[in-house]
Structure formats: structure tokens, C-alpha cells
Ligand binder design. Structure first.
Ligand SMILES: [Zn+2]
Length: 91
């Protein structure tokens, strides 16, 4: 099956995708593709970034809105989630 690796921010928003054929079946290799330095990968993993293998249908549903900036996820600024304003505070 030719799938896609998608790169998912701690907010649930998809920030990138790459063909499975290009990186292979391991999530670690997909992460490496987006984030070459191991120190950065460790930091991202601790922050909650994930890499998931999805099929075409799931890609359309989950990744496309994000990659076209049409999703309703919060933007990820590289800050801990606790630092983001709560809805009450944002009014
Ligand atoms: Zn999104």
C-alpha cells in the first residue's frame, strides 16, 4: 500500500506529509525526514509531535484541511500548550 506519513503537531494539526515510498515503513524514519537532528527529534517527541502512516482517504480528511490552512486547529507556535491563552482569557 502506498500511504503517506503525516507530521502532527501537539495541537493535532498536520504540518507536513511525505510519501511512504520515500521514507519506508518506520515512524522514526519519517520523523528524520522532517527533522534531521536527533536532539530536535527528541525535543519534538517530548513536546508531543507525532508521525502517523495514513491512506489516501484519511490523508484527504485529516491532512488536507491543515495543509491548506482550512482547518480549525490552533496554530502551534512552539510554546508549551499551557502558555496558550484559554478561551475566556482570549476575549
Ligand atoms: Zn490543522
Amino acid at each position: 500500500m502506498a500511504g503517506f506519513w503525516i507530521r502532527i503537531a501537539p495541537t493535532g494539526c498536520v504540518y507536513g506529509s511525505v510519501h511512504e515510498e520515500h521514507v519506508g515503513p518506520l515512524a522514526e524514519d519519517a520523523h528524520k525526514e522532517f527533522t534531521p537532528r536527533i536532539a530536535d527529534r527528541r525535543r519534538e517527541a517530548a513536546e508531543g509531535w507525532r508521525h502517523e502512516l495514513v491512506g489516501r482517504e484519511e490523508w484527504d480528511r485529516r491532512a488536507m484541511p491543515c495543509l491548506l490552512n482550512k482547518c480549525s486547529h490552533r496554530s502551534y507556535q512552539g510554546r508549551p500548550l499551557a502558555d496558550l491563552p484559554l478561551p475566556e482569557a482570549a476575549k
